[in-house]
Design a protein. Structure first.
Length: 96
């Protein structure tokens, strides 16, 4: 995978301001969703997986409770946040 530039703090904040519900968590961004039931949570994760495959950029996914999903995005190869994380976050937001 080619090298991509890490974003600095001001770039991260500017991009966070443009997203709904995402928050900074260490060197990542994360967001929680509460869905109607377990089946809806799994269906949402399936849709996220399709986007992640298309982008070749994969979030950490936690399904907890019976209807909650937490997604965490970071560019692990770079050790922090890049434009790829925010682009995928915006695409994921389009699913909701």
């Amino acid at each position: 995978m080619p090298h991509v530039a890490l974003l600095d703090d001001s770039e991260i904040q500017a991009r966070l301001d443009g997203l709904d519900g995402w928050k900074l968590s260490a060197n990542a961004i994360e967001r929680d969703w509460k869905l109607d039931d377990f089946a809806a949570a799994i269906a949402f994760v399936d849709r996220v997986a399709e986007l992640a495959e298309q982008a070749n950029h994969h979030p950490d996914i936690l399904i907890h409770g019976w209807n909650k999903v937490r997604l965490t995005l970071s560019t692990h190869s770079e050790g922090g946040l890049t434009e790829s994380d925010f682009a995928l976050a915006a695409r994921i937001d389009g699913l909701a």
